[in-house]
Design a protein around this ligand. Structure first.
Ligand code: ATP
Length: 140
């Protein structure tokens, strides 16, 4: 089995989508290994998204990600990383509503920035993001 980091971003938490998203996660065969609520600050949001720090949308991204609490989960199943990415849908929620209408971003995202959820995109980023929030995990 494989583990990935899933995050409900501030717009998803504020929009009260946490329970609905967890329902979809469990119905889709993932186990939730651990979960917690975190308020990111400018420093740790910058480190989390450092790969985008040169992009023009970066200041807005940090502002968005620090605008309220995020809900962090470690998910486990066979192919967890790519299956969770498939379940959340394309980055731009407007496009998701057209091409992937049953995806999570189609359900609760707004646009290419406020897209409600995050998922690690590779085994390397999953390992980095899980230890970013949880340190070294038992069995992980
Ligand atoms: P995530 O990494 O959050 O799962 P992703 O891999 O689909 O999303 P990335 O390209 O890695 O998308 O971008 C990271 C985040 O930066 C996006 O989820 C979104 O919140 C924001 N973002 C991406 N592109 C844009 C853009 N063009 N304008 C504004 N914000 C953007």
């Amino acid at each position: 089995k494989e583990r990935t980091l899933a995050m409900i971003k501030p717009d998803g938490v504020f929009g009260n989508y946490t329970d609905k998203i967890k329902e979809v996660i469990l119905e889709s065969g993932f186990s939730i290994i651990t979960e917690m609520v975190v308020q990111l600050d400018e420093g740790n949001a910058t480190v989390f998204y450092v790969e985008h720090s040169h992009r023009d949308f970066f200041p807005g991204l940090v502002k968005y990600m620090t605008s309220g609490p995020v809900y962090i989960m470690v998910l486990e199943k066979v192919n967890a990383i790519s299956d969770w990415r498939a379940l959340i849908g394309p980055t731009d929620a407007r496009k998701a509503r057209i091409s992937h209408p049953s995806s999570i971003r189609a359900m609760c995202g707004l646009d290419s920035e406020m897209n409600c959820v995050h998922g690690s995109d590779s085994p390397q980023s999953a390992a980095r993001e899980i230890s970013f929030f949880f340190g070294e995990m038992p069995g992980g």
